[in-house]
Design a protein around this ligand. Structure first.
Ligand code: NAD
Ligand code: ZN
Length: 363
């Protein structure tokens, strides 16, 4: 349960949730009808299962193109106008059925439709199950940058069905795994130990291991969001690795060259390296992070990103544009060791520049 007083909600995690979606959602319904926003890939693979799972609840659906480029004004306005054409009212429920792109877009549509309708997240990627479906950040991208238009709007329920991950391509699974590793690194060394032992089984399809990892990740996110719903303080810890990640995503044009979760993994490795260079943690910590990512076959260095990248100065400039900059000072999440992160403001740009130069020299 994510305990946010009047906005509290449950996150159900396990197999078979889509098959019994109707029972799970029924207590929220004021009339037996839901509007589902999804993408074309998820629709092709899983929409019929959801329809069957909803039983006698009437379902209407709109499938948007799959991919990050959907998360902008054109598809957003299409979705909102469709919801209005479907006569979705204040008492109704919107369902976000897909990965983080659909969750963010549908959640924002629900936030603004008739000044706010309730919505249910049914996340279908590992990334969306462990991260984006929980916590209430919704929104779309602008030509000025990612996630710059949005609202805090908590879901009324989250159904994370482990079975649906079986159809996820390996690359998307590992990208989502980047956010899972992040939770161990930011606040739970025992979980990171567990991941070192069990992540290969997770990647190979072990449902029990997947369920535990999603559960532990969501528990950590929930406790942080409960303390700081609108990111005035501690919620920033969830951005471990993200200052580097956002610069790299921007440098690669939010393209297939680098998926968000891949950037998070590289960013976590760099954040630990930076922490070590600042004398905050021993060399063992960044070495262990890198070794684990490598063992999982994940990107962990700038050398693993195909194509050209800007130089250190260019990457620093991109970091300075990130919304994580406060009063022109770089804000990083750093660590005293695995599982011991904290928010650091006012980081000397010289050290970051040298770190980036060294990382780029390895390319
Ligand atoms: P995504 O939604 O684009 O999904 C990745 C790909 O997997 C898509 O092509 C999708 O069609 C496909 N897919 C989804 N489920 C599938 C399944 N079960 N089987 C086969 N294919 C499937 O991307 P994502 O990685 O889930 O999410 C990334 C987005 O999440 C970014 O826009 C990022 O900004 C956002 N995000 C938001 C938050 C938040 O707190 N709101 C946190 C982290 C990330
Ligand atoms: Zn992220």
């Amino acid at each position: 349960r994510v305990d946010l007083g009047a906005r509290a909600y449950d996150v159900r995690i396990g197999p078979g949730l889509i098959a019994r979606a109707g029972q799970e959602i029924a207590p929220l319904l004021k009339r037996r009808r839901v509007a589902v926003l999804t993408d074309e890939t998820v629709s092709g693979l899983h929409l019929e299962s959801l329809r069957a799972g909803l039983g006698d609840i009437e379902m209407t659906s709109l499938a948007l193109p799959a991919g990050e480029s959907t998360k902008g004004w054109p598809q957003f306005s299409r979705a909102v106008d469709w919801l209005l054409a479907e006569k979705v009212e204040r008492r109704d429920i919107v369902i976000a059925f897909g990965g983080g792109v659909i969750g963010d877009l549908a959640g924002f549509a629900a936030a603004v439709l008739r000044r706010g309708v309730r919505f249910v997240q049914i996340p279908t990627t590992l990334l969306s199950q462990v991260d984006s479906s929980v916590g209430g950040k919704t929104g779309i991208n602008s030509v000025h940058g990612k996630n710059l238009i949005g609202a805090f709007h908590q879901p009324a329920l989250v159904l994370a069905d482990i079975d649906v991950l079986d159809t996820l391509p390996a690359r998307d699974f590992l990208a989502g795994y980047g956010e899972v590793v992040k939770y161990g690194l930011l606040g739970d060394a025992a979980f990171f130990d567990w991941l070192e032992q069990n992540a290969p089984a997770m990647a190979a399809g072990d449902a029990g291991a997947r369920q535990y990892a999603v559960r532990r990740s969501v528990e950590m996110k929930a406790r942080i969001v409960e303390r700081d719903e609108t990111e005035e303080g501690d919620r920033a810890l969830l951005n471990l690795g993200h200052t580097f990640c956002h610069a790299l995503e921007s440098a690669t044009g939010y393209s297939d060259r680098l998926l968000h979760g891949e950037g998070v993994a590289i960013g976590c490795a760099l954040a630990f390296e930076l922490s070590q260079r600042l004398g905050l943690c021993s060399q063992e910590a960044p070495s262990r992070v890198r070794a684990h990512l490598k063992a999982m076959g994940m990107k962990c260095d700038l050398a693993d990103i195909p194509g050209d990248l800007p130089g250190a100065e260019g990457l620093l400039a991109l970091m300075a544009q990130d919304k994580k900059v406060i009063d022109g000072k770089l804000r990083f999440i750093l660590a005293r060791g695995i599982g011991e992160s904290f928010v650091a403001t006012d980081i000397d740009t010289g050290i970051v520049r040298r770190l980036l130069e060294d990382a780029l020299a390895g390319r």
